[in-house]
Design a protein around this ligand. Structure first.
Ligand code: NAD
Ligand code: IPM
Ligand code: MN
Length: 357
């Protein structure tokens, strides 16, 4: 009998509570049709819970999840009622760091010409993937504040870059390039300004690249990469970069896909379970609760989850059906349709079920 796949589900905050139920609906429909055994474990974590009883990510929940789940599906974390963002950091970084999910993989694929914001380039020119380092850099929280609130205050965030951490994300990017027949890997840094940390990135990049003779290594400063992503996206296939730059360039990447409503991602430690899957977007408080959120980023994220579980055919079907929905105008307003979140998700589900036969 096929193994039951246990997936923890955290809709989280804002539009996470609208798009994740739709993503689950889609996942259940696919699983039922294909006879996949799934056990979904909904977790009440996020701003509501934090405001109710102060809970962010309990150790017991983390450990059970680590020991029993194959995957975690997260909507978004962040709520204007929690200005410190404490719960979001505890939960998101609790998983990313706690499970050592060092590769944050964010595909930037534009599915329809209409979604490309570039006047010179259609959908076929925009197909790259970003490998964002996910456990180090400026995100580790090493630092502090001194003389807070006085005119002499000092705030420090240390940028942590280890040889091991840099090397493993570089290898993940090159391995991906080899496995998918990609010709080059761009490594984006600021070694011209950050001469300690990013000199390490550049040196490690040149050394690791020698192990992959079929892939051309291209070093680029991250500011110039932003230019190339817009001017000549076709020249970019795989990008590897540090945590903060990866965060920033994947919102730029999302814009090339038609917006954050179309951008999916996964956080993995290759070879290990569980992995964490989440749309790139946040909780979008400006549209939350109005049936306006695009559910396709979460649907594509479910597709990535299925692909990661070994069902690449299903991942392909989800992506093609999202594209067909967009082409047919069966989508939300941010991507040119007139449907609400639920109706767009229903249209997609119908297409996926028809494609499954
Ligand atoms: P955001 O991604 O929530 O929204 C940015 C813009 O994109 C907004 O105009 C929003 O309406 C739009 N948008 C985002 N997702 C959309 C969707 N599915 N459909 C249609 N439009 C969509 O970024 P923000 O406003 O900077 O952040 C809001 C909160 O979310 C903050 O608390 C932030 O820290 C948090 N956040 C969380 C995550 C995460 O959990 N992974 C990611 C990003 C931001
Ligand atoms: C993302 C988000 C997070 C990040 C925030 C919410 C801490 O922007 O996943 O892209 O910066 O990693
Ligand atoms: Mn981000």
């Amino acid at each position: 009998m096929a193994e039951t796949v246990r997936i923890a589900v955290i809709p989280g905050d804002g539009i996470g509570q609208e798009v994740i139920p739709e993503a689950i609906h889609l996942l259940r429909a696919i699983a039922e049709r294909r006879g996949l055994a799934l056990e979904l474990w909904p977790l009440d974590l996020g701003a509501d819970r934090y405001l109710r009883d102060g809970t962010t990510l309990p150790t017991k929940t983390f450990e059970e999840l680590r020991d029993t789940c194959q995957a975690i599906l997260v909507g978004a974390l962040g709520d204007p009622r929690v200005p410190s963002n404490e719960h979001a950091r505890d939960i998101l970084f609790g998983f990313r760091f706690g499970l050592d999910l060092y590769a944050n993989i964010r595909p930037v694929r534009c599915l329809a010409d209409r979604l490309s914001p570039l006047k010179a380039h259609g959908a076929d020119a925009i197909d790259l993937v970003v490998f964002r380092e996910n456990t180090e850099g400026l995100y580790v929280g090493v630092g502090g504040q001194v003389r807070r609130g006085t005119p002499d205050e000092i705030a420090i965030n240390e940028d942590i870059n280890t040889r091991k951490g840099v090397e493993r994300i570089l290898r993940a990017a090159f391995d991906h390039a080899v496995a998918h027949g990609k010709k080059r890997v761009h490594m984006a840094d600021k070694s011209n300004a950050m001469r300690h940390a990013h000199e390490l990135w550049l040196r490690a990049f040149r050394e690791v690249a020698r192990e992959y003779p079929t892939v051309e290594p291209v070093h680029v400063y991250v500011d110039a990469l932003c230019l190339y992503m817009v001017q000549d996206p076709r020249s970019i296939e795989v990008v590897v970069t540090c945590n903060l730059f990866g965060d920033i360039i994947t919102d730029l990447g999302a814009a090339l896909q038609g917006g954050l409503g179309m951008a999916a991602s996964m956080n993995v430690h290759p070879g290990r379970r569980p992995a964490l899957f989440e749309p790139v977007h946040g909780s979008a408080p400006n549209i939350a609760g109005q049936d306006l959120a695009n559910p396709f980023a979460s649907a594509l994220t479910v597709g990535m989850l299925l692909g990661w579980l070994g069902h690449q055919d299903l991942e392909g079907i989800v992506e093609r059906c999202v594209r067909d929905c967009v082409l047919a105008g069966e989508c939300t307003r941010d991507v040119g349709g007139a449907l609400g979140t639920r109706a767009a998700a229903e249209a997609l589900r119908g297409r996926v079920l028809r494609a499954l036969g």
